[in-house]
Every structure is written in C-alpha cells, then in structure tokens.
Design a protein around this ligand. Structure first.
Ligand SMILES: Nc1ncnc2c1ncn2[C@@H]1O[C@H](COP(=O)(O)OP(=O)(O)OP(=O)(O)O)[C@@H](O)[C@H]1O
Ligand SMILES: [Mg+2]
Length: 176
C-alpha cells in the first residue's frame, strides 16, 4: 500500500443505492484525467464490479510480484468475483475469513504505483468495513464518499454509516 497515494472508500449503510456504480464511474473519471487508478471490490458476498465492468469470467494471475489485478483500460481491478469458478457460486463466510481475503487483496496484490485506490464496499458497517479501516490505518485513508438515495429509510441507514466514520476517525483508525 506504500505505492498507493490516495485511498478512498465508497460506503453506504443502505444497499442498492449505487455504491458500485459510483465506484466504477469515479475510477473511470480519474483514469480519464490520466491518474493511475485501482478499483478494489470488497463486497465479498455480492461482488458486482466484474459484471459492471464487463469482466465476468476473467481470472487473477499470479506473478512473482504477487496477484495481478484484472485490467480494464488502465484501471487495475480486484474482486472476489475473479476467484469464483462459477458466477452463481455463493460465498457464505464468517468474518475472519472475509478479513483474511481483504488483507490478501491489500498485501498480496501487486497494485503498482497508484494515484488512487477506490474501494467499493458492501452495505452496512460490518466485518468488511472494520477490516478495511483497520488494515489501511498504517498508511492512512484519505476519505469516504457515502452514497445514498433520498428515501427516509435510506437516510436512516446512511446516518449510521456517518456515525461509523466519525467514530473510527476520532479513534485514529483512519491513520495517515
Ligand atoms: N444514479 C443512478 N440512477 C439510477 N439508477 C442507478 C444509479 N446508480 C445506480 N443505479 C442502478 O441501481 C442499481 C443498484 O446499483 P449498484 O449495484 O451500483 O448499487 P450498490 O449500492 O452497489 O448495491 P449493493 O448494496 O447491492 O452493493 C443498479 O441497477 C444500477 O444500475
Ligand atoms: Mg455494490
């Protein structure tokens, strides 16, 4: 992660509000501005980035530098979706196993020199969110973009996400 300049989390307490769409569009927008961009999908149970970017069926390659991301244009993409043998295969993992994979995505993937790493997350404030904040603490997180839709039921959940961010920021968990 030392070769990654800025890390941005895309969060929302609520599901289906457009996190993955936004993460993908932000990555393309930054790449269009000639930045080197990585897109990391840590939605372990519902990875949608491979489908969204037309990368279904692609697999990760191992090199002597580590796992190689799958590239679309110049954007390096990593998702658990690339590790599944079948798109309908389910992943029903408890927290520690999810945490282990997220750690591998950060430590064992050869991201190269990146201006931005955009991290797409699942809805909520669960294992994946705690892990990513914890693992990126050493090198620091630049910020989070919280996506919502205007419905009251979305806003209730989104306020919880804001509380999570504030609490982890205040406790120094964002590092950097
Ligand atoms: N700005 C938008 N306007 C209208 N529809 C949108 C917009 N952004 C995303 N969508 C659509 O809403 C649906 C959900 O989007 P997306 O998968 O990006 O949400 P998500 O928050 O990542 O969902 P999940 O919580 O399941 O990960 C998709 O069908 C997507 O095409
Ligand atoms: Mg999503």
């Amino acid at each position: 992660m030392a070769t990654v300049n800025h890390k941005i989390l895309i969060l929302s307490g609520k599901g289906r509000v457009g996190k993955s769409t936004f993460a993908a569009q932000l990555s393309f927008a930054l790449a269009d501005m000639d930045y080197q961009v990585g897109l990391l999908d840590i939605d372990i149970c519902g990875p949608s980035i491979p489908k969204m970017l037309g990368l279904e069926g692609q697999t990760i390659h191992q090199s002597n530098l580590g796992w190689s991301p799958v590239y679309v244009d110049s954007i390096g993409v990593m998702s658990v979706g690339f590790l599944l043998h079948h798109p309908d295969a389910d992943i029903t993992w408890r927290g520690p196993r999810k945490n282990g994979l997220i750690k591998q995505f950060l430590k064992e993937v050869y991201w190269g020199e990146l201006d931005f790493l955009v991290v797409d997350t699942p809805p909520g404030t669960s294992d994946e969110h705690i892990s990513i904040v914890q693992f990126l603490k050493e090198t620091g997180i630049d910020g989070a973009i919280i996506v919502t839709s205007p419905q009251q039921v979305s806003l209730i959940d989104v306020r919880k996400e804001v509380s999570f961010c504030k609490k982890s920021w205040d406790s120094g968990s964002w590092g950097g």
